[in-house]
Design a binder for this molecule. Structure first.
Ligand SMILES: Cc1cc2nc3c(=O)[nH]c(=O)nc-3n(C[C@H](O)[C@H](O)[C@H](O)COP(=O)(O)OP(=O)(O)OC[C@H]3O[C@@H](n4cnc5c(N)ncnc54)[C@H](O)[C@@H]3O)c2cc1C
Length: 420
């Protein structure tokens, strides 16, 4: 599906990185009639959004969901074609040898009674969840990202949630999303994600998370995507590759942290949250619904898990376990520990390890968050523009919106149009 009446005598535009952000920048430019060339270091598109297929099973590189209420989703993706698998709006909490099913009863009535009686927080806590979801439905995304920032922990405490509710639900649930266990992430991200959860569904495409960048890439001419090309520096309009080759571009969008590529940014190191995901064979047949399991024991390394057979068609018993806490175990020790914790904390028997992914650069650590960049803020130098989630917040939504913003900035530079 190629667009678009190409403009003549147009300037050359390079994009570094075929992650979701770089792909979205290219789509925005190509739709407007500009030609782009993406240089991507990996042999595949998608960057952090990737999946392996092993024994016909889809193994995503990290548990990652697309919230279908993200504003950018409708703009850039054909959600119907992705055949999204939806998680139910709740979780199963394993606490002190017991199991509680709790969730948003206003969207799925089967959660009503089990949520009221769940030994996870008081009745007041459950009322506060309801009141928070009403409050955030009314609050626009723009308002959220211009609200004062505190840590998510301070926000929840100020809102009146009990320590029990925070420790038994919010900590494990949001540690699985923020990929840090202290709820130190900005309250803006908490409000944004909470709002997206109340307005839509957590989803994974039927063919795994990598179907998202693959669908984006399919909107671009094949020859505009150059894989296996690692850029080492960008100076002015000259791009140098790791193998010494060079290319020129009138404009370059760097859709990945630029610190290592642009000489005068060399001291701007990006820090990251990490996660390890283990896929294990299990004799457990699953929960018969796509739902997240949470382990609340503070000493446990397991944070959250789900069964692949609950999400994807034709998958046999495989459990995906996320470990967010830092540890010093090697792969063998970690596997043993996770199998033991699964048995002790959840009564689930897992056997052999299928695959383990250590994702050291999963989510950017950011001090202050915004929804997305204004196009005018994406320009770094005369020739170079920036995109990527790390400029705003670690989400597919920010990655897409920032790709679009950088593309708009380049177009305005070319045609002299004013950006509002
Ligand atoms: C485990 C995990 C869980 C996540 N969970 C969620 C979630 O549930 N919901 C959500 O919305 N988001 C989630 N995210 C975040 C989401 O994946 C990112 O926000 C998004 O993928 C960022 O896209 P990007 O294009 O900005 O960056 P990237 O995906 O990092 O893309 C950058 C690209 O640039 C390439 N590149 C880098 N350097 C060079 C170079 N020198 N030369 C050429 N190419 C280069 C890289 O190879 C990469 O392909 C998760 C991420 C991870 C890893």
């Amino acid at each position: 599906m190629y667009f678009y009446g190409m403009k003549e005598n147009q300037p050359s535009i390079a994009i570094i990185g075929a992650g979701v952000s770089g792909l979205t920048a290219a789509i925005t430019l190509q739709k407007a009639g500009y030609q782009t060339t993406i240089y991507e270091a990996n042999s595949f598109v998608g960057g952090r959004v990737h999946s392996d297929v092993s024994r016909s099973q889809i193994l995503d590189h990290g548990f990652q969901v697309m919230l279908d209420a993200y504003p950018a989703v409708q703009e850039f993706l054909d959600v119907e074609a992705l055949k999204l698998r939806k998680f139910v709006p709740g979780s199963i909490v394993f606490k002190d040898g017991k199991k509680y099913r709790l969730g948003d009863a206003s969207r799925n009535s089967s959660f009503l009674w089990s949520t009221i009686v769940a030994g996870v927080g008081s009745i007041k806590d459950k009322w506060l969840v309801f009141s928070l979801s009403r409050k955030l439905k009314q609050k626009s995304v723009q308002e959220i990202f211009s609200s004062p920032e505190v840590t998510t922990l301070a926000y929840l405490q100020d809102y009146g949630f009990s320590a029990k509710m925070i420790n038994s639900f919010f900590k494990p649930f949001y540690a699985g999303i923020f990929l840090e266990t202290e709820l130190a992430t900005s309250s803006r991200m908490f409000e944004f994600v909470f709002k997206m959860f109340t307005e839509g569904n957590a989803t994974i495409p039927a063919q795994g998370i990598k179907a998202i960048p693959e669908q984006l890439a399919a909107q671009l001419p094949k020859e505009s995507l150059i894989l296996g090309k690692n850029v080492s520096s960008i100076v002015g309009n000259e791009i140098t590759f790791e193998n010494g080759e060079k290319a020129t571009a009138d404009f370059t969008i760097i859709a990945t942290p630029a610190g290592k590529l642009v000489p005068n940014l060399a001291n701007q190191e990006q820090n990251w949250h990490q996660v390890t995901v283990l896929y294990l064979d299990t004799d457990h047949t699953g929960f018969d619904e796509a739902i997240i399991g949470l382990v609340t024991n503070e000493d446990s390394l397991i944070n959250n898990f789900h069964f692949l057979q609950d999400v994807f068609d034709d998958h046999k018993n495989i459990i995906s376990v996320s470990v967010v806490k830092k540890h010093t175990l090697n792969n063998e020790q970690l596997t043993e520990r996770v199998i033991k914790e699964l048995r002790e904390e959840t009564d689930i028997k897992a056997s052999s390890l299928i695959k383990m992914f250590h994702i050291n650069k999963a989510l950017p650590q950011l001090n202050s968050l915004n929804n997305c960049m204004h196009p005018t803020e994406t320009q770094l130098t005369e020739h170079v523009f920036l995109a990527g989630d790390h400029l705003s917040n670690g989400s597919l939504n920010a990655a897409m919106l920032n790709g679009k913003a950088a593309a708009q900035a380049v177009m305005s530079k070319i045609d002299g149009s004013v950006l509002l």
